[in-house]
Design a protein around this ligand. Sequence first.
Ligand code: NAP
Ligand code: ZN
Length: 355
Amino acid sequence: MTQTHAYGAASASQPLAPLNIERRQPGPHDVKIDILYCGVCHSDLHTVRNEWHNTLYPSVPGHEIVGTVVAVGDRVTEFKPGDTVGVGCMVDSCQHCASCAEGEEQYCENGFTGTYNGPMFGGENTWGGYSENIVVNEKFVLRVGHDAGQLAAVAPLLCAGITTYSPLRHWQAGPGKKVGIVGLGGLGHMGVKLAHAMGAHVVLFTTSPGKQADAKRLGADEVVISKDAAQMAQHAGSFDFILNTVAAPHDLDAFITLLKRDATMCLVGAPASPHPSPNVFNLILGRRRLTGSAIGGIRETQEMLDFCAEHGIVSDIEMIAMKDINEAYERMLKGDVKYRFVIDMATLKQEAKAA
Ligand code: NAP
Ligand code: ZN
C-alpha cells in the first residue's frame, strides 16, 4: 500500500478537506496513473452529500481522470510508463455476465465497481480522482489521443462525454434527426457538441436565458427557454429524440409532449428526489417512450474519445485549484459554471508538499 494525498468528505455535512488514502501496489494487470487533471461532475456532489443515500465515508470523489502512466504490472500489454490515459466512472466489473460480454460493463449484472463509492453489492470502498494517483486494472484504462495542451479539457469526456455520447448513438442522432438537449451544464454542453458533430439538428433547452449565445457557439441550431410555454409550444410533437441532463426534479410532461410519435426522451440526470410522475396520456397517445441511460461501456468510451480527438472536441472548462473545490460545488448548484470545473492536480501536490 502507498499513502496518497487526496481530498474528501468525512460525512455528508462536512466540506471536502485534505486527507490521506491508501492505494494498492500495482498487481499483474494493473496500471498506476499519476493524475494530472480531474473533472468535477454533479455526481461527485450528489455522492459526497449522500443525496443518493448510499455513500461510504470517507468519500473521495472524481471520475473524470486524465493522467500519465507511471508503473504497470508484469502482465499489462496495452500500456507503458509515459502513456497519457484516462479513467472514467468504472474501475471493474464481473467480466462474465451477458452485459460485460457485450462490452456494456455499466450494466454489469453483478454490479460494476465505481471509481469512487465503488461497491454496488458489498466489498470495500473505492476512492476517486481527487487524489495524486490511482491504480486501475488495464481493462478499465482508456487511451487519450488528444494533443498534450488539451488534456485538462479532455478530462470531462470521461463522464460527461460518454454519458451523452452513448445515448445519442443508441438513439441514432444524426443527419435528418431533430434532437433536444435539456440543461446546459457539464453533460448538456457535451451533448450539444456531440449531437452537432453527429450531424443532428440540435435544440438546446435551458432555464438560463444568459446561456443562449454560448449554446449557439457550442453547436445548437436553436435555443428554447424551457420556462416559456409559448416557445415550448412551437416545438410540440416535433422531436426524434430528447436527452435530459437536468440534475433537479422537474415537469417531464413539458418535454414529453414535444416528442413525435414513437420518439424517446432519455433521462441521464439523476436528481436527489424523484420527478413528479408524468401524465400517462402523453405517453399513451403517441406511443412515446421515457427511458434512462448510464454512462457507456469501456469499448464505447474509447470510441467516444477517438471520435472527439478526430473532430477536435473537448469540454469548455474552468480550471480550479484543489483547495477551491467547495466553492466550485456551490457555483455548480447555481448552474454557474462554463461548463465544467476541472481540478489541476498539480495544486494538490504543491499543497501536500508545503504542509
Ligand atoms: P450540472 O453541470 O450541474 O448541469 C445540470 C444543468 O441542469 C444545469 O446547468 C442547469 O442547466 C440544469 N438545471 C439545474 N437545476 C435545474 C432546475 N432546478 N430546473 C431546471 N434545470 C436545472 O450537472 P452535470 O454534471 O451535467 O450532471 C447532470 C446530472 O446528470 C446530475 O444529476 C448527475 O448526477 C447526472 N449524471 C448521470 C450520469 C449517468 O450515467 N446517467 C452520469 C453523470 C452524471 P440550465 O441552466 O441550462 O437550465
Ligand atoms: Zn460523472
